[in-house]
Design a protein around this ligand. Structure first.
Ligand SMILES: [Zn+2]
Length: 386
């Protein structure tokens, strides 16, 4: 019954654009849990992008945890997924059968933020109605099918300008979602999200999560707050980190690599996920430290990582093999950087740095040689030419 439900819903979800998200890390065990999370938790789009199910990416050993979304499952039209759903296997087991290391943690998130971003972003600009809504029931179906090691509790994004009534409404939904999730998932496998930027809201959610024995938390709503008021975000993050001293604290949304030392070294958050590395890789940028440079300027012999050992100047930069190995290099480099000591800048200074995911995307659009244009970018190009 469940399988049929998932399939029928998947076929009704309309998807007009696809984008790739990413990040990497070195393992740290979460309290009371046999599985590990890592400093970087890359997005692993195995539901919708077949190359994640093939070598070398399927043999993922570059971080101890990867993240995928319920949204990624519903937007996929991949036949492999239909087979898994019909077989009654979990997605994790199916991945393990393909070679994915069982000890590697699979983290599932809703992907709702990504959907909201699409609605507000490029699709709106092009006048396309993004007809995607994931109900809580759909999200939970995907969660049950996933066989994941960690489950992000479905939340509501509290926006900086939400009034007190709206905030209260959202907090109530966040709490009731968690209670429902705990019916199907153990507290030790749950990641609960802190939303809002007022201390009173943070304290209230923290108390609630502790009552429910949640040891792993995440800060959400960061990107809207970043754009609204960086100083406020900075204060908010310090406050949450202090208040949640004993919990694992993840942050959603590393929009640019230069924020990595700020989040992990300065604020001392435990882990982060990001799309920036996928965009860098799609734009054929190669990380030297946290600085992305065009692959044509790179001597792959200067790095001994498994990605660079497989890369060569002779390889077509449009091939799947090239993408996969460049991605491995970028994830491994970002993972190493995430462990390094930096003289970390204040958040207000980070924004002035040139490199950002948005910028990479723009460069990529302007690059006619790009063979890795995402559907989103292709749509944008099409829109410009009409
Ligand atoms: Zn390398």
């Amino acid at each position: 019954m469940k399988a049929v439900y998932i399939l029928s819903i998947r076929n009704t979800v309309m998807e007009h654009s696809a984008s790739w998200r990413i990040a990497g890390g070195i393992g740290l065990r979460v309290k009371n849990e046999s599985h590990k999370l890592s400093r970087l938790i890359p997005k692993f789009h195995f539901c919708s992008v077949p190359l994640f199910r093939e070598e070398p990416l399927i043999n993922w050993t570059y971080t101890d945890a990867v993240l995928f979304t319920a949204y990624d499952l519903y937007r996929s039209h991949d036949y492999w997924l239909d087979e898994v759903v019909n077989s009654g296997s979990t997605l994790k087991d199916a991945l393990v059968n393909l070679g994915f290391p069982k000890a590697n943690s699979l983290v599932i998130d809703t992907g709702v933020f990504e959907i909201e971003t699409k609605k507000a972003g490029i699709s709106k600009e092009l006048g396309i109605d993004v007809n995607i809504e994931l109900s809580k029931a759909q999200i939970f179906e995907a969660y049950e099918l996933s066989g994941a090691d960690f489950f992000v509790a479905p939340d509501e994004i509290i926006l900086p300008l939400d009034g007190p009534e709206r905030v209260k409404e959202k907090v109530d939904i966040i709490k009731s979602n968690l209670i429902d999730l705990l019916d199907i998932v153990k507290a030790s496998k749950t990641i609960a999200v802190i939303q809002g930027h007022e201390q009173e809201i943070v304290d209230d959610l923290l108390d609630f999560y502790r009552e429910n024995k949640i040891g792993c938390l995440a800060v959400g709503g960061v990107i809207p707050l970043y754009h609204y008021d960086k100083e406020l975000l900075s204060k908010h993050l310090s406050y949450v980190r202090k208040a949640a001293k004993s919990e694992w604290l993840h942050i959603f949304g590393l929009s640019r690599m230069s924020l990595l030392p700020y989040y992990l070294q300065q604020v001392k958050l435990d882990s982060v996920d990001t799309s920036a590395l996928t965009y860098l890789t799609a734009g054929r940028k190669y990380l030297v430290g946290l600085k992305p440079i065009p692959v044509r300027l790179v001597d792959f012999d200067n790095c001994t990582c498994p990605g660079c050992r497989a890369l060569s100047k002779e390889m077509s930069t449009r091939s799947v093999e090239f993408f996969a190995n460049l991605y491995i290099h970028n994830v491994m480099t970002a993972s190493l950087e995430s462990m390094k000591k930096y003289d970390t800048p204040a958040l207000r200074d980070v924004q002035t740095e040139k490199e950002s995911a948005t910028q990479v995307k723009t460069e990529q659009r302007n690059n006619n040689e790009s063979g890795w244009m995402t559907a989103e970018e292709a749509l944008h190009e099409k829109g410009k030419n009409q």
